[in-house]
Design a protein around this ligand. Structure first.
Ligand code: ZN
Length: 98
């Protein structure tokens, strides 16, 4: 995880990329062909910092408690959770109305 940027929470989704590129998995540091089944790992919804990772690496990291989701992270921040959640909901509502 050394090359991974610090982030408090992550979004993980199935990669839809179908261009013939090769990435380096940020979790195991091994090569990852884009055409193989893999996942996208996005720190704090910052898609400019998204990384392609092996599905099994992501599952293992999730099980080990790394790569917490936003909801999990908020759950670990009891004093801030209510305030942040309402802020996030306000931002989402704002984005929808644009
Ligand atoms: Zn990997």
């Amino acid at each position: 995880m050394a090359k991974q940027q610090p982030a408090r929470w992550w979004t993980v989704r199935r990669a839809q990329n179908r261009k013939p590129a090769t990435y380096r998995c940020p979790i195991c540091d091994r090569y990852l062909p884009a055409l193989s089944e893999h996942m996208l790992v996005v720190p704090e919804n910052d898609s400019s910092r998204r990384r392609h990772a092996h599905t099994k690496c992501v599952i293992a990291a999730r099980k080990a408690g790394r790569l917490p989701t936003q909801t999990e992270w908020l759950g670990s921040q009891p004093r801030e959770a209510g305030r942040l959640r309402s802020l996030i909901e306000r931002l989402r509502a704002d984005r929808r109305s644009r």
